[in-house]
Design a protein around this ligand. Structure first.
Ligand SMILES: Cc1ncc(C[n+]2csc(CCOP(=O)(O)OP(=O)(O)O)c2C)c(N)n1
Ligand SMILES: [Mg+2]
Length: 478
């Protein structure tokens, strides 16, 4: 026996043999767990609520006592309801309303869908707009017209379904692959293109890489490149919402990928939200990959959902390619966040059909066939379209029309954005601090003015300055 084990042994046996505290011997309808020295846990149904402190397990007074080491280890989380023989392998079940072809599953009623024709059609139209933007902008990057891009291919249902489950005034923290939330909330295509092209019309003054959107009026917080930083921020925002008059009916939704869930900030964010009882929905897109690393190599537990109970968090796993199920799960998560004053974890199971970004070629780590098969086997757009068509809410003419008009809208907006100049050179010194510009930045601006005066007419400098509004003349006064 090791020294530590020897020291702990008497403490453990004392705990096992200690008589019940008097308060726990009182009778009550609810069941309670008893100390036991056998390998079986015993439940005393004649006693109190089981929440009385026993003095040695802070925060978990009702823990079952086992003496068998073998029985005491576990590696599975058991949800309240498992789907019987369909779930022979155990594990966390997945909530869905549509089958893989878009048909309602047996027993799914209109009341469970709880959606109007108008909203369902708008969801599909928005889902359709995403691949149009993706194709146009992906190609624009390939032609050198923008520096970077990330597509949403395959994840249209997860993003639009979740956006549709919320109110426009709910706060949104994203990773980067969720620009569909902005499209759903009505961000103008011109504004989106201005960001991607980093021109003088960009709300973020072209200080971020493409697709790092932010839009205060749509309650969409700035994307930041370092993974998972949004999670602790979202927890803080949730806590702030709770304390802000007039925001009692709002929640925060915080998106991340299953890869980002391996960051320390994931733990920090979920634990802060759980302990402060903040109304935050953590929405994890489990799309199978973190760049080239498949999820099978990222963690050993049952997906990300298995971690929810570890934080004492209500958790649901949802079919992320079923837009209606995602919407229903998020709506219910919001209701539970507010009613029970606690965060919820959602794991949306989906598949990243596109490359990770324009800097990636996924054929280096997965076969093109595998991707094509996924597109055919489980396509979120096809599923939603077939649901709508079955109800007579959609037809081929509408499909053709939307494809044509969407492409034209996107290309027109892109062309307008491309013609605009970059922000003026001096704008980079503005809005960094409120109040007067600090001395060091004044000095940097003066230095830049001096250099532009000296070299500005040279061919290389002139060409670059020409791309900016005011072409560098705004520096003359410094
Ligand atoms: C802290 C940090 N580490 C690494 C990276 C590089 N990186 C960017 S995206 C990414 C993969 C993230 O995968 P996941 O969270 O699953 O999101 P997905 O791209 O699949 O949507 C990595 C490793 C980063 N941006 N920040
Ligand atoms: Mg991923």
């Amino acid at each position: 026996m090791s020294t530590t084990a020897r020291l702990l042994a008497p403490l453990r046996s004392a705990a096992l043999l200690r008589p019940l505290a008097p308060a726990m011997a009182a009778t009550s309808a609810s069941s309670r767990l008893l100390h036991t020295t056998s390998s079986q846990a015993h439940v005393d149904t004649s006693s109190t609520d089981g929440n009385q402190p026993q003095g040695h397990l802070p925060g978990k007074a009702s823990s079952v006592f086992l003496t068998s080491l073998n029985d005491s280890f576990f590696d599975k989380v058991t949800p309240n309801v498992l789907s019987g023989s369909n779930n022979a392998q155990g594990g966390i079940p997945t909530f869905r309303l549509l089958d893989g072809t878009g048909k309602l599953l047996p027993g799914v009623t209109d009341a469970m869908l709880d959606i109007t024709k108008q909203e369902a059609v708008r969801m599909y139209e928005t889902m359709m707009l995403l691949p149009v933007m993706d194709v146009v902008l992906y190609n624009a990057q390939r032609q050198g017209r923008i520096s970077f891009y990330m597509t949403s291919h395959g994840e249209e249902a997860a993003v639009i379904g979740s956006a549709a489950g919320l109110d426009h005034s709910d706060e949104v923290f994203t990773q980067y692959r969720e620009m569909g939330v902005l499209v759903w909330r009505g961000m103008h295509l011109d504004d989106m293109m201005n960001q991607v092209f980093g021109n003088e019309g960009d709300m973020g003054k072209a200080r971020q890489a493409p697709i790092h959107f932010g839009n205060p009026s749509l309650h969409f917080h700035n994307v930041s490149s370092p993974l998972a930083t949004q999670l602790p921020q979202a927890a803080g925002a949730g806590f702030a919402l709770k304390r802000t008059k007039g925001r009692e009916n709002n929640v925060v939704i915080c998106y991340c990928g299953e890869g980002a869930a391996s960051e320390g900030d994931f733990h920090a964010g979920l634990n802060i939200a759980a302990t402060t009882k903040a109304p935050v929905i953590f929405f994890v897109r489990n799309n199978g990959f973190a760049i080239s690393t498949p999820s099978t190599e990222q963690f050993c537990g049952d997906g990300i959902a298995s971690r929810g109970p570890g934080y004492g968090m209500l958790t649901i796993r949802v079919d992320g390619n079923d837009a209606l199920a995602v919407r229903a799960a998020v709506k219910e998560a919001k209701a539970k966040c507010l009613a029970e004053s606690r965060p919820v974890l959602i794991e949306a199971m989906t598949y990243r059909v596109g490359h990770h970004s324009t800097s990636d070629d996924s054929s280096a780590y997965r076969s093109r066939d595998a991707v094509e098969n996924w597109k055919k086997m489980d396509n979120p757009l096809h599923r939603m379209r077939s649901f709508l068509s079955e109800r007579g809410w959609w037809n081929d003419e509408m499909e053709e029309e939307i494809k044509k008009t969407a492409r034209k809208r996107v290309i027109d907006a892109m062309n307008r954005a491309e013609k605009k100049k970059r922000p003026s050179v001096t704008s980079m010194f503005e809005d960094i601090y409120s109040g007067e510009l600090p001395q060091n930045l004044k000095e940097q601006r003066a230095e830049l003015a001096r250099l532009v005066k000296k070299y500005g007419k040279s061919e290389v400098w002139a060409k670059e300055l020409n791309k900016h509004a005011e072409e560098g003349r705004d520096l003359e006064k410094y």
